[in-house]
Design a protein. Structure first.
Length: 86
């Protein structure tokens, strides 16, 4: 039996959490999806997040990764937008 989708947990922080109103999402993606596609999907649902597209850093399973990193089933993805200090 073949499953064409993987399930990932997405941890939301700062502006992403504010916009979505939750701190975690669970989404399915096709095999071979990059972590950048997670950000793209978030921004597609909430276009007001688009200013953060090129500023967000990505983590998978507690390690920083490049936007092109391919997701694996049950990965935990973290999107880290820039945080202003004060």
């Amino acid at each position: 039996m073949s499953n064409d989708l993987i399930t990932v947990t997405i941890k939301l922080f700062a502006i992403y959490q504010e916009v979505y109103g939750v701190n975690e999402l669970m989404w399915d993606f096709p095999h071979g999806t990059s972590v950048q596609a997670v950000c793209d999907r978030l921004i597609n649902e909430y276009p007001q997040l688009s200013p953060w597209r090129d500023l967000t850093r990505f983590g998978i399973n507690l390690q920083f990764v490049s936007p092109q990193t391919i997701l694996q089933n049950h990965d935990e993805v973290v999107l880290i937008p820039p945080v202003s200090g004060g």
